[in-house]
Ligand binder design. Sequence first.
Ligand SMILES: Cc1cc2nc3c(=O)[nH]c(=O)nc-3n(C[C@H](O)[C@H](O)[C@H](O)COP(=O)(O)OP(=O)(O)OC[C@H]3O[C@@H](n4cnc5c(N)ncnc54)[C@H](O)[C@@H]3O)c2cc1C
Length: 396
Amino acid sequence: MKTINSIQKDYFNYIIIGASQAGLNAAERLRQLDKSASIMIISEESNWPYKRTKLSKNLNEVIPDNPFQLQESSWYNDLSLTLLRGQRVTEIFPKEMSLKLADNRTISFDRLLIATGAIPRKLPITGSEYVHYLRNLQDFKSIQHVMAHAKSALIIGGGVEGVELADQFNKAGIEVKILSRGANPMNHWLDPHLSKELQQIMEKRDILQYYLETPKKIEKLPQGYGLTTQNNLQLQGDIIVTSIGIVPRVDLLHSLGLCGDKGMIVSNQMESAIPSIYGAGDVLELPKDYPWGLWHSAEYQGKTAAENMTGLNVFMDSRNFRLKAEVFDQNYFSQGIIDEKQKNKVLFNKNNQYLKIFFKDNKISGALMANMKEISKPLEKYIQNNGSIEEINSLF
Ligand SMILES: Cc1cc2nc3c(=O)[nH]c(=O)nc-3n(C[C@H](O)[C@H](O)[C@H](O)COP(=O)(O)OP(=O)(O)OC[C@H]3O[C@@H](n4cnc5c(N)ncnc54)[C@H](O)[C@@H]3O)c2cc1C
């Protein structure tokens, strides 16, 4: 079967909405488990599915036409997957087991996977129409376009993506100001020690940092944009990029009653309240302590959903996954529950290398590491398996 952009068939055994990490991993797993099924993946984005994580790490690079491709185009043919690009699903009809596309075509399915991901949390203030967000390749290109002429940039949000953006703009020789409601950079992912150290590293790179500040309004100036904070701090930039979190993309689901307060609700077998409709990835609202909003958790959930869609009885658990951030020539690793209130132990702190382990109920529940990249893969496995301190000590 060929990978096509226009479809002839109006019925597939499996349909997946969203061609990213959750959707493609589900498709691959479905094919492994069901050799003869017809499988279609629908993507509203027109480019080949790509590694979304690369967007905030490569703004300063010249990129080819189809950048960061997740899979070669031949992969879809080899697995007999039908990929429909540049087409949005506008409605789902659960009783009829069918869905409607933006061009009004209707396609039926036996099983459906919702993997529609998330969208950036919007800045709820006057003038927010002037800010850029970064979620897809289109956003990436429009930020790159402005970057080419910008002399200064203002970044709202001091989380991982905000700091990555600061790094990219800094590398491009653009003056960077970063503003955050938090007390230090990346403070949800790092401990106070590493977070303060990162703040100093950024200071040395001339990044102007404003913490414990909340934006109040933005206005267009004769040149660039002006931002006023609730403390009446006034900042300017030729471009403002906002990164203040994400919210599940549930526009398709409201009328189906499949959402909680935030996102799509599924069982621990990834099935929604409507039989035959499953969910995976950033679209989900998960119980507390389940990892969410991460590349590797979307992969795990996509595969788990596929297994259950083919009739296996597989349960999603709360296993955690690492987040890595390579910013300002530092390599950070953060995994699991990083909570200073929990028992923890620094195992290594020398030069700029650092390793700290967190415990819950006397089991290892998380780890934080700086500049020890070579042990990150085995460390991730030890933490997922609640390994012992001795095992972790043996890594270095
Ligand atoms: C800039 C950036 C950097 C990141 N860096 C990291 C990182 O370093 N490490 C990490 O672990 N995570 C990172 N993430 C998070 C990670 O990318 C996400 O967790 C992951 O992409 C989630 O995958 P997903 O398949 O659930 O959804 P998504 O990747 O959001 O994909 C969902 C897809 O569904 C499509 N879609 C939505 N609605 C419809 C519809 N109605 N019809 C058709 N198609 C539809 C969307 O257009 C999109 O293509 C980053 C995210 C961003 C934006």
